[in-house]
Design a protein around this ligand. Structure first.
Ligand SMILES: Nc1ncnc2c1ncn2[C@@H]1O[C@H](COP(=O)(O)OP(=O)(O)O)[C@@H](O)[C@H]1O
Ligand SMILES: [Mg+2]
Length: 393
């Protein structure tokens, strides 16, 4: 396993800032597009927690479809955590046994009997045990909270109520166990959900931490290390010049996409500008040769899963137009290209903001109508233009 603690791209400064926020009594929210590196930051927090006097539990809940599954995931995380000793688990269990039905030995893990109708009580007890731990402070890192809430909302009226109840329970537990710290992340907007479910108040109490893409020198180090560690096909070296060119071509300094392009580099490392460019062009062509759904499909999927029918139609139409232009489109040209009199200029501007916050587009400088909207990821623009994903509705 890589030791990221001495890597420039290891997000160590970000991790330190977040721990300082937690130590100052703040709970933190971290939002940003898929594959920006949010979960990576949480993993580093789990690793480094001890040095900051914390123990962190990372609870990935994108796959949970009902509230008590979150509680189960939390229990699993406690059990599997490297730094949670047997004695800590047994003292937590003891605490829970005060309310657990006094049954004898039973099959399954220790938390099995806690997942019945009364699971909320056990969750509260569990947090009480963490709260009262004299040796360390606990922080719970909830990864992809909005995706979980969305899956509840998608079940309809009852599900929305479940989401609201869950968030209210969350607020209550945060208030009654104030020494337990929380961090939530999200790849999709949580605000529309909170509005629909009327739990906006819950979110107001989190302090936002804005995770930025990697800095340029960090991205160069990352790419060169990848090759040196034998993680790039056909290569044990990526030159400084190639790394720079990859960064420029990808356009968004997220490790995932930098690596994805680097994997297609021709075998011979180059340093001369033209040859470097030829290598990068070849890598890009290779990357786009097949409909690389695993790399790019998540973007299409995002629109299908997380936009309403109406939003989705407009998103596909907008992205089709912008993908066709290398330098992007300004608002009025886009409006003209769409050629649909039902689309209002102001609504379009608002919609573009959504596509920016989803990570598809950027505009530089922002909010200036003379500045074009472009794809943030150049390879995604090419992919979109080539494979033309479409709205099914
Ligand atoms: N700073 C980094 N250094 C090395 N790899 C990274 C870094 N940030 C992200 N990655 C890798 O990129 C991929 C996507 O990152 P991830 O943290 O899962 O993104 P997110 O949670 O925002 O969707 C993962 O495989 C992750 O390990
Ligand atoms: Mg993630």
């Amino acid at each position: 396993m890589t030791d990221y603690s001495n890597k420039t791209y290891g997000r160590n400064a970000e991790v330190a800032v977040i721990f300082a926020m937690l130590k100052a009594g703040k709970d933190v929210s971290q939002h940003g597009p898929r594959r920006l590196g949010k979960s990576f930051v949480l993993d580093r927090m789990v690793e480094q927690a001890g040095a900051h006097g914390f123990i962190c539990l990372k609870v990935e809940i994108a796959g949970c479809t009902e509230p008590k599954m979150v509680f189960r995931r939390l229990c699993e995380e406690i059990t599997n955590h490297r730094s949670v000793g047997k004695s800590a688990i047994s003292s937590i269990r003891q605490r829970l046994a005060q309310v657990a039905s006094p049954r004898g030995e039973q099959a399954g893990p220790w938390y099995q009997s806690l997942l019945g109708v009364d699971w909320e009580t056990y969750l509260e007890r569990l947090l009480g045990a963490l709260q009262d731990d004299p040796t360390q402070q606990w922080a719970i890192l909830i990864d992809e909270l909005p995706i979980f809430l969305k899956s509840l909302h998608d079940k309809g009226g009852d599900g929305i109520k479940q989401a609201r109840d869950f968030m209210n329970l969350f607020t209550r537990l945060r208030a009654s166990k104030p020494r337990v710290r929380w961090l939530i992340t999200g790849s999709i907007g949580i605000t529309p959900l909170a509005q629909a479910g009327q739990y906006m108040g819950v979110l107001a109490k989190f302090q936002n931490f804005e995770l930025e893409p990697l800095a340029e020198d960090q991205a160069v180090d990352y790419l060169r290390d990848l090759a040196q560690s034998g993680l790039i096909q056909r290569r044990t070296e990526i030159t400084e010049q190639e790394a720079q060119a990859i960064i420029k071509t990808v356009g968004w300094r997220a490790a995932y996409y930098l690596e994805a392009l680097a994997q297609h580099l021709p075998a011979r490392p180059e340093t001369e500008p033209e040859k470097v460019q030829a290598n990068i062009d070849a890598a890009l062509a290779e990357m786009l040769k097949h409909n690389n759904k695993s790399t790019f499909g998540t973007w299409e999927e995002h629109l299908i899963k997380h936009h309403s029918d109406q939003q989705r139609r407009l998103s596909f139409a907008v992205l089709k137009e912008i993908a066709a232009s290398e330098t992007g489109l300004i608002l009025d040209n886009l409006l003209g290209a769409l050629g649909d009199p039902r689309i209002n200029r102001e609504d379009l501007r608002q919609h573009l903001l959504l596509l920016i916050s989803d990570g598809f587009l950027y505009q530089e400088p922002m909010h200036e109508d003379s500045a074009p909207y472009r794809f943030r990821l150049t390879p995604l623009r090419h992919w979109w233009a080539l494979y033309r994903p479409q709205s099914a509705v």
